[in-house]
Design a protein around this ligand. Structure first.
Ligand code: KG4
Ligand code: ZN
Length: 331
């Protein structure tokens, strides 16, 4: 089955063609960073308008790259949510109209399930069950995953998502948007032991997160040292990053132990973070746990993961209809 995946939940217009749910024939991601950069965050109305301009060329480029035409597509999978409603509507309406015109099945899928299934686009995916840490700009959650489409939420952030904290701290340090990748890079020149920020474990036996206190601590530090902050930016970035990573690694490994599970998947935009990839692999090795992390280009929002999860919905007989919209539950 050849599936066209479409993703427009936030600030990336993405399309991909995926065979049998795992083989990526092509994947195109058109980022809107340039547009939102000057505002220090995503402006929803601008995102929707940009998706409208980009969706047709992005799908065209994806098909070209795979050397296919729309006639070769067997089904379409599109992100239904969660995300910015105006942005979601563009991809969703496009997919609905396209499937209707081609008379092929289509399905609206959950973006988070897409991220979790991104590990199956790699050659060495985990077997079920496994524990997944999903860390993105909108979510920080731990799941016990028992099949492609069945997962139990074990814990989640009570305030900011980890990626959101990265973006906000980068803004405080005037490093631009999105901040995660900049903090990742700048931290390499810093010393994470020089400035110690608090680790918020909440209840150490539970799996919820909280990053707002850490964000406030960084802000307070910046205000108290504003006269010579420039020289300290790498150390602040490294200290902040390490505080986030300590908690993420502790909680996901603890969750794996709780479920007597020796497999972890690390997914979502923040999974591209070099320190997190290195630290989780290192900490997990100690506990005999195997860590599965997609390549960096599959961590951020992309449409290959949407086609990937769409394959499993369609195989299970789950399809969407003309009456569905981004508020409908597809299952
Ligand atoms: O999964 P994603 O592309 O979009 C959402 O579904 O939210 O995640 C975007 C988030 C942003 O907050 C971005 O700053 C963060 O992922 N991010 C990173 C890195 N690359 C992207 N955070 C830390 N280190 C990175 N290398
Ligand atoms: Zn995402």
């Amino acid at each position: 089955m050849i599936i066209l995946g479409i993703e427009t939940s936030c600030d990336e217009t993405a399309a991909a063609v995926v065979k049998e749910g795992t083989v990526i024939l092509s994947s195109v991601v058109a980022s809107q960073i340039e547009i939102h950069h000057r505002y220090g965050g995503v402006v929803p109305e601008l995102a929707s308008r940009k998706h409208i301009e980009a969706i047709v060329p992005v799908v065209g480029e994806t098909l070209n790259k795979a050397d296919l035409t729309l006639k070769d597509i067997d089904a379409i999978a599109v992100t239904r949510g969660p995300g910015l409603v105006g942005a979601l509507l563009v991809g969703f309406s496009f997919a609905k109209a396209c499937a209707y015109a081609l008379d092929i099945p289509w399905v609206g899928v959950n973006h988070l399930e897409g991220h979790i299934n991104s590990v199956f686009l790699e050659t060495d995916p985990p077997s079920f069950p496994f524990v997944a840490l999903l860390v993105s700009g909108g979510h920080t959650s731990i799941y016990h995953v028992t099949s492609h489409t069945t997962m139990e939420l074990m814990g989640q952030t009570r305030d900011d998502a980890a990626g959101e904290a990265f973006d906000k701290v980068a803004k405080m340090l005037e490093l631009g948007y999105p901040g995660g990748v900049v903090i990742d890079r700048i931290s390499r020149a810093g010393d994470s032991d020089r400035i110690k920020f608090p680790r918020s474990y909440l209840d150490k036996s539970g799996f919820d997160f909280s990053f707002s206190g850490l964000k406030t601590a960084v802000n307070r530090y910046i205000l108290n040292h504003k006269d010579h902050i420039k020289d300290q930016i790498p150390d602040i970035a490294a200290g902040f990053q390490e505080a986030v990573m300590d908690v993420l690694c502790y909680k996901v490994l603890h969750a794996a132990m709780r479920k007597s599970c020796d497999r972890i998947a690390l997914v979502g935009g923040v999974a591209a973070n070099s320190r997190l990839r290195e630290k989780l692999r290192f900490d997990a090795q100690d506990k005999g746990v195997c860590v599965h992390i997609p390549s960096s280009h599959l961590c951020g929002d992309n449409a290959a993961m949407i086609a990937g999860i769409g394959y499993h919905y369609l195989k299970a007989g789950i399809v969407s209809g003309l009456q569905d919209d981004v508020f409908s539950r597809s299952r």
